[in-house]
Design a binder for this molecule. Sequence first.
Ligand code: FES
Length: 341
Amino acid sequence: MTFEIRIADSDVHFSAQAGQTVLDAALQAGIELPYSCRKGVCGTCAGGVVSGQVQGPARTEATPEGQLLLCVCTPQSDLQISPLSWRRIDPTARRRVQVKVFRNTLAAPDVSLLVLRLPAGQRARFKAGQYVQVCLPDGSQRAYSLANPPHESDTLQLHVRHVPGGQFTQIVTTLESGSMLDVELPFGQFELREASTAPMLCVVGGTGFAPVKSLLDHMLKKGIRRPVTLVWGARDRQGLYLPAAVKRWQQAWHDFRYVPAIEDAADAQALDAFHGRVDAAVRSLYADASALADHEVYCCGAPAMVTATRGACADSLGLDARNFFSDSFVPGPAHVDAAPA
Ligand code: FES
């Protein structure tokens, strides 16, 4: 059985198979709706259902009033939906490729810095901020943001946080130079708004640093010099695992501000960092209730951290919620593989 899904106020429509989520059906049809975790955790995919019936899990904290999480809802009839935004994507741009481990080092005790090389003569096509799916032997996939900029297209750099008992964690710690991995790319819509000149506030937690590194390296390459404040949060000093990259931006960018935020009091004092969480750091940086009215905010990390930062920026500091761009990191496999057929 198939159902037809229409996007309100447009001529866009696509089909969903029985049991397929609205988001997966859209992606399969080459229509990208907002999403991040694809597991019903982050709330990024929330949208309206104007007409028709859907089945999905009970409402959670992540579900805004009057909306549904389109990554976990399956149609029970033809639908009309009103997502926050949508755009057409090129289904042929996504591909699966076998890559070779070039380097695998520990950037911190619980973070592997994995550098992968594409086969000779092949190039990856992606935008700064997007992610890859690493394909595991059991057929499941794990999402990792690309930390390198798109012009370094023969390479994929991943920052892999070790998750206790995590399937890819057990694999990544054994990978050596020359090991092979299957990956699929590109995914995601966490991207730089290149036409904008707004000041940027980048707020990242742990390995949420990776996609913002890609954005900032891309800006350096393209000569885009918007004012940037980077707030990078971690439990301790080892969590701020790539200081050389930050130093490079500080040297190359006259209007670049870096604010480390560390929860461990002794480490915060030793590094002269903000002591506490990133959302508290943001509140302490900007005193005025409209301080972020002209800003764009790029935020990556755990869902709770992204939610707290969104609240600090939009509720207390005047940010237009449409200018809050986020990528929530949720461990484990994606809900369903939604690669275009
Ligand atoms: S809740 Fe749907 S993408 Fe995260």
